[in-house]
Design a protein around this ligand. Structure first.
Ligand SMILES: *Cc1c(COP(=O)(O)O)cnc(C)c1O
Length: 217
């Protein structure tokens, strides 16, 4: 077992005091590590790859895990996770949202989603800009997306040491959120290296992997 129980307990108590939700990011880690963390109380897990998530879902069906999808999601793979996914945090196009709506309808579900916002200045990151976000809300208002529910926003900051850059990026997300009137909006930002900053800037969901499961290969 390679999970870091000490870090888990420390982070949990920090987050509980601030009412921030913890998503344990288990990508590339074995199902046995997930089960070990589950056994000390964790329920929400985040995965980045569809095939890996489906395999873990099948292997861990006996547990009541809330699965979050946090990676780049291809439209043609939505069908594999639609039956069970709790929250798709990484919606980065209207086309993807339409496919999630279609698959959710098939399964007679309403699937909760977060819109992934492009805040980092790194070309490699996915995410929506303000006009794309507005466009999505316009579509929702038309009543065309009845089987999805947009609960808030998600983002990844630049991977840099300069705190002021990261803070500024987080503030961009908070500003975008305040332009849209989502009730009790979920704001998912902050990872192992920047979750403390993120909470200071108003995050209410953090996604932490390596501090809990150790470094990834
Ligand atoms: C991998 C990943 C995380 C967790 O990263 P750590 O640095 O290991 O905490 C969080 N969010 C997303 C979208 C990820 O891909």
């Amino acid at each position: 077992m390679s999970i870091n129980i000490e870090n888990y307990k420390k982070i949990k108590s920090e987050l509980e005091a601030k009412k921030v939700q913890l998503i344990a990011v288990s990508k590339l880690k074995p199902a046995s590590d997930i089960e070990a963390l589950y056994n000390i109380g964790q329920r929400d897990f985040g995965e980045n790859y569809v095939q890996e998530l489906v395999e873990k879902y099948e292997a861990l069906k006996h547990l009541s895990i809330n699965w979050h999808f946090i990676g780049h999601l291809q439209s043609n793979k939505v069908k594999f996770i639609a039956p069970f996914i709790q929250l798709i945090q990484s919606v980065d196009s209207l086309k993807l949202l339409q496919e999630i709506n279609k698959q959710a309808t098939k399964h007679n579900r309403i699937i909760d989603c977060l819109l992934q916002v492009y805040i980092a200045k790194e070309e490699t990151k996915y995410g929506l800009d303000e006009s794309e976000i507005q466009n999505i809300f316009n579509e929702v208002e038309k009543g065309n997306l009845k089987n999805i529910s947009i609960k808030g926003f998600m983002a990844m900051a630049s991977f840099v040491d300069d705190e002021s850059i990261v803070r500024e990026e987080f503030q961009q997300l908070v500003a975008i959120n305040s332009n849209h009137k989502i009730q009790d909006s979920k704001l998912s930002f902050g990872m192992s290296q920047d979750y403390k900053l993120a909470i200071e800037e108003g995050s209410n969901i953090v996604r932490i992997g390596s501090l809990l499961f150790g470094a990834r290969k």
